[in-house]
Write a protein that binds this ligand. Structure first.
Ligand SMILES: C[S@@+](CC[C@H](N)C(=O)[O-])C[C@H]1O[C@@H](n2cnc3c(N)ncnc32)[C@H](O)[C@@H]1O
Length: 210
């Protein structure tokens, strides 16, 4: 699996002390919309996390941000629904993906309006640390287990904690996942067939909804 670098670590300047209405500071948001991040997503993150896994006919993406992940994922499935908390980012995505196989929902992925078993699979890339607390992350895991069909795969990747990572999230939400806790937390949310692996930059997982 290729390296999964946290957005901006190699390039971060200290972000301005400005908290946007969304869950990302300005520097972070700009990096998540950059050509460099697009290439990392396309070459490393998506192949590294999805390889060998069947995404089915209706993929749910959590926290697409500017949507560089969505651009790639939308080519891999017949239908994709993206849930984005930030209203401005969601509106921009809705405009950009109008008339395609992508539907955008502006809302909180920890409590969605979707019926149980709506999706064939779900994926959350570099977004779990943007949830305010570990309890919110656990609520998201439980919600994904509810809205993905039994046996469908749920995939995630998130950056590992480090001083550099924290500094990039100055004035921003930053709740890194301790990798050693993840398998048990996914089990508690109802998942089976849980696989967790780490590389020098990130923790990756996939598991089956029950
Ligand atoms: C760092 S960005 C990641 C963007 C994209 N996944 C990528 O890897 O390029 C995290 C995104 O998650 C969104 N987010 C945070 N909490 C969320 C929630 N509870 N529900 C849906 N989206 C959320 C943020 O608004 C932000 O757009």
């Amino acid at each position: 699996m290729g390296p999964l670098r946290e957005p901006g670590l190699a390039h971060a300047t200290r972000p301005p002390r400005l908290l946007l209405s969304c869950a990302m500071n300005k520097a972070h948001l700009e990096y998540c919309a950059s050509p460099e991040w697009a290439e990392t997503v396309r070459k490393h993150i998506i192949p590294g996390t999805t390889s060998g896994l069947d995404l089915g006919d209706h993929l749910l993406e959590i926290g697409p941000g500017p949507g560089l992940t969505t651009d790639v994922l939308a080519t891999m499935v017949p239908r994709l629904t993206a849930v984005e908390l930030d209203p401005d980012l969601a509106a921009a995505l809705e405009r950009r993906f109008a008339g395609t196989n992508v539907t955008v929902h502006n809302g909180d992925a920890t409590a969605t309006p979707f019926a149980a078993g709506t999706f064939s699979a779900a994926i959350c890339l570099t977004m779990l640390h943007h949830l305010p607390t570990p309890a919110d992350q656990d609520r998201l895991f439980a919600e994904l287990n509810r809205i993905v069909r039994a046996g469908g795969v749920v995939i995630g990747s998130d950056s590992l904690d480090s001083p550099e990572f924290r500094s990039f999230h100055d004035d921003d939400i930053c709740t890194p996942i301790p990798p050693e806790t993840l398998a048990e937390r996914l089990r508690a949310a109802g998942f089976t067939d849980i696989q967790v692996e780490t590389n020098p930059f990130a923790v990756n997982f996939h598991a089956r909804a029950s």
